[in-house]
Ligand binder design. Structure first.
Ligand SMILES: O=C[C@H](O)[C@H](O)[C@H](O)COP(=O)(O)O
Length: 224
């Protein structure tokens, strides 16, 4: 029986070894990223000098509580390294992200990053993306239209809910969790989703990850 929590922690510890003094570091969102951010907090306490850019309000709060210095994304040309999690990944470094609703800022930060390191436990590795429903962030006004557009592409979708009603992202948008079955050509689907009016962003990350560090039992496997 694998201990996924411990695999995530091992991957997080491995990823933070890439951080060096002076770096601008993208801080991912979700439970795996939280482990990495806690490790970064320890390193900062011990003298590592980095500046972080958080990918969600929750991550910002966590980083602040750990004393990790932050920098405004508008003041940087590039981010040296981002450490983030994923809901699914393939060994070709394609990802589904956004299970926690943070995909928009995560994709912006990943796009600005020289290196995007994904940390994951071994349950996240798949041959084909799509068992995990694909998060699609939409402007609330467009949600019915987008559901129809997804159906035309062969998908079904449901607007994500939470205890307060419809779930809202940090930017106030809705998330549609879309089911396309197993996705044989993620790049092609990503291109089609990019063209739907009202879609702000989607959780298919293509050619954004530089490597995936996967916890594998007691050790790690590195892809990329
Ligand atoms: O919106 C959330 C992010 O994309 C997370 O990186 C992703 O959902 C993986 O989260 P976790 O590390 O909690 O499995």
């Amino acid at each position: 029986m694998r201990d996924f929590e411990s695999e995530k922690r091992t991957a997080a510890r491995e990823a933070v070894k890439f951080l060096k003094d002076g770096m601008i570091v993208g801080l991912g969102s979700g439970s795996s990223s939280t482990l990495a951010i806690r490790e970064i907090g320890e390193l900062v306490k011990n003298g590592l000098s980095i500046k972080g850019i958080p990918t969600s309000d929750k991550t910002k709060e966590l980083a602040e509580s750990l004393g990790i210095p932050l920098i405004d994304i508008h003041t940087v040309d590039a981010i040296d390294i981002t450490i983030d999690g994923a809901d699914e990944f393939t060994t070709e470094l394609m990802l589904i992200k956004g299970g926690g609703g943070a995909l928009l800022k995560e994709k912006i930060v990943a796009s600005l990053s020289r290196e995007e390191i994904i940390i994951a436990d071994s349950s996240k590795k798949v041959a084909f993306l799509g068992k995990f429903k694909l998060p699609v962030e939409v402007i609330p006004f467009a949600s019915a239209y987008v559901l129809g557009a997804l159906a035309k592409l062969g998908g079904t979708g449901e607007i994500r809910k939470d205890s307060a009603g419809y779930y809202r992202t940090d930017e106030g948008n809705y998330i549609i969790d879309a089911d396309f079955g197993l996705i044989e050509d993620p790049a092609s689907l990503a291109g089609k989703l990019d063209h739907i009016t009202g879609v702000v962003e989607h959780g298919l990350f293509i050619q954004l990850a530089s490597k995936v560090i996967m916890g594998d039992g007691e050790g790690v496997m590195v892809y990329g």
